[in-house]
Design a protein around this ligand. Sequence first.
Ligand code: PLP
Length: 394
Amino acid sequence: MINQTMVNLGTAKSVIRELAAFGAERAKVVGKENVLDFSLGNPSVPAPKEVQEAILDIVQNMSPVEYHSYSSGAGHDGCREAIANNLNKRFGTNYTKDNLLMTCGAAASLSITLKALIADEKDEIVVLAPFFPEYTVFIKEQGGKQVMVEPQDNMQLNIEGIRNAITENTKAMIVNSPNNPAGVIYTKEEMMALAELLKEKEEEYGHAIYLIMDEPYRELVLMDDVEVAYMPNHYKNTVINYSWSKSLSLPGERIGYVLVPNEVDDELLMAGVAGAARALGYVCAPTLMQFVIERCVDVEPDVTVYKKNRDLLFDGLKELGYNVAKPAGAFYLFIEAPDGDSAKFSEKAKEHDMLIVPGAGFGAERFVRLSYCVETEKCEKSLPLFAKIMEEYK
Ligand code: PLP
């Protein structure tokens, strides 16, 4: 008898993957250019030229034995030192390589962090809707209980909801800003209010409540006057889960990190993170990519295309009468289904070969997610289809 839970996970249909597979089939029939696939979060902007230059430099000038070998479990010293220096410059921190463990992307960072933290089946992890659906899998598989909090109507933090969700069993909460799927960046004021609330609750229950900041979109900020709060500077029990999947357009290369500041209550947390990475069989993060990151850690993403697509879609959809909030970051747009039924809205769009993801998996039934990390032309082509769909609702 094999593990049925794993069989279920392996065979369960992900709505996003199903939509993408449908799109690939339709492309064979009607042509790729006629399928508007807004389902996946694969960056459309190519990795910056510095990444390619770094790869060429490494491959041409380093011994293959070096760049193909295992690194230590935590990662190469030079890579972690370069990241620590970058963060210290940007956020006024005092990190060293020892605060960092390199991972196979933010998904691995999350599983590792959760495994290190969850010690008892009663342990609860608070997640804020709308959220990345894999959180549910990661929390359950690391033995914790997920507790979901609804957002405010504008998708900002619902501090009262969070207050009510925290119990003596709360081990951690996951916050993702800029957010997938809503594109929202939580305001600095609300993040400060969250830090205050967590401190109050830590005092009340007499133990640490960890704030896991899931930040693969940190640098994808599309508005000038918005700041993504750097939470370790405001709340000591913060752990950062980061990756370059989105900022340097490297999702297939699987490279990220877990950062544990020295100030956290449990001084053994970093050891626990290393143990969790080992127990999950990660061994080390891809070595070639660690050398690339060492060279490219200061490179900033070009968000021009994402801004252009965001503006084009936001303005166009608003004009057509859709309820949509202007995303401040990431590359997702959250659109309310005209009658509140996002599954039906997604089906209607599919009839026009346009693929948008219904919100149930994100914990937001009324909304669909549109990933605008695509060619701008596809965004332009979508508006007449959205107009037709709106007509169908009237
Ligand atoms: N967290 C969020 C919010 C995401 O959207 C994603 C990927 O889309 C991840 C984590 C996982 O990213 P990675 O490719 O770095 O594993």
